[in-house]
Design a protein around this ligand. Structure first.
Ligand code: DAU
Length: 334
């Protein structure tokens, strides 16, 4: 199996490539990545010399770059390339529309042109919107509420429209909140852990009673791989960890694990605009084709905290330059 992975220098993409190279001997991966702020060459530095791995620098919105990456022939495309941070989508929505919708369209056209047998779109549970009660199923209406989730929903709609119209061989995975090593330190867990290690405060939005369902990056990667191998074309699969936690529960664990105190290190700040209170997905469909998460959440979270503690050389350079500019823009007025 020869795969084109897009966005493979990012968090979930790089975890996916590592799982594939480790657990599917003989498979090869071409990684097409635009190297935006979140695409980090360090995430794949250990596999640079692997004969089954090749890196191509390029943007999924650029059809010529996509054609170039496909030149050796591939059996499937897995699209991780996306702008993914909700807060950044509130500050600057345009990049999200470009990569998450237009980029998806460019890839779908490439799938048609090159007659690629399989395409997997990596999406998110955020496309269902705020879920007050119960769990979202794959054919529920999409009610995205942030520029980020609306862009991802736009990508999903394109994918499903290509299946309906052209029978382009597509599938979609919708993952829940993902945690683990190599996550850019703007998201809740890596931001809070690295702040706490630095003896700084953590900014909890609003009352912190929002609920997310946490999924380990390797479980997410194996879920996507499972859908690639066993999913039915034209179908959507929810991939969730089954670990619903309030942000305050997560914060308490992180603060205690880093040896800090809730009184001195937690600051409640102005809420995220349009903040979704709860996500929850029903993953029966993925379980029916044989996937299940393996990582125990408490153990996985502890191991993740330890990873950031032991890999300061990975995250320290990221919390400088552009990040500091973003941090000030996002948090100074809160
Ligand atoms: O649900 C899947 C989605 O999970 C993915 O599609 C997104 O790409 C990913 O960013 C994530 O979205 P969230 O908005 O849920 O993740 P984030 O880590 O930004 O925030 C998690 C929760 O923590 C959310 O309720 C907002 C809150 N939060 C976050 C930050 C960065 C805070 O209270 N303070 C913060 O500084």
């Amino acid at each position: 199996m020869r795969l084109l992975v897009t966005g493979g220098l990012g968090f979930i993409g790089s975890n996916f490539i590592h799982v594939v190279l480790r657990e599917r001997p003989g498979w090869s991966v071409v990684n097409l990545d635009a190297m935006t702020y979140a695409g980090n060459p360090a995430n794949c530095a250990d596999i640079e010399a692997d004969p089954h791995y090749r890196f191509v620098h390029g943007d999924i919105c650029d059809a010529a770059a996509v054609d170039g990456a496909l030149a050796g022939g591939v059996d499937a495309i897995v699209n991780f390339a996306a702008e993914t941070h909700v807060d950044r989508s509130i500050l600057d929505p345009e990049a999200f529309l470009r990569t998450d919708i237009l980029g998806t369209h460019v890839l779908l056209e490439a799938v048609r042109r090159h007659r690629i047998p399989r395409y997997v779109q990596v999406s998110t549970d955020e496309v269902y919107g705020d879920v007050e009660s119960g769990e979202s199923k794959e054919d529920d209406a999409l009610r995205p509420r942030s520029p980020y989730s609306a862009s991802k929903a736009g990508g999903d709609m394109q994918v499903l429209a290509y299946w309906n119209t052209f029978r382009t061989p597509v599938m979609i995975t919708r993952g829940s909140n993902t945690y683990g090593p190599y996550q850019y330190p703007e998201k809740l867990i890596p931001l809070f852990v690295t702040n706490l290690l630095d003896d700084e405060q953590v900014p909890v939005y609003g009352d912190g009673m929002q609920i997310r369902d946490w999924l380990h990056a390797e479980d997410h990667a194996r879920g996507i791989l499972h859908v690639l191998e066993h999913g039915e074309l034209g179908n959507v699969y929810n991939i969730g960890g089954g670990n619903p936690r309030t942000n305050m529960e997560i914060t308490t664990t992180l603060v205690e694990s880093c040896g800090r105190s809730m009184d001195t290190h937690v600051r409640h700040v102005a809420d995220r605009e349009g903040h979704d209170r709860r996500y929850a997905i029903d993953c029966t469909k993925a379980r029916d084709i044989g996937w299940a998460p393996r990582v125990d959440f408490e153990q996985g979270l502890r191991a993740t905290i330890d990873w950031y503690r032991s890999n300061e050389a990975w995250w320290r350079p990221l919390k400088s330059g552009e990040f500091l500019h973003y941090y000030k823009r996002q948090y100074a007025h809160r």
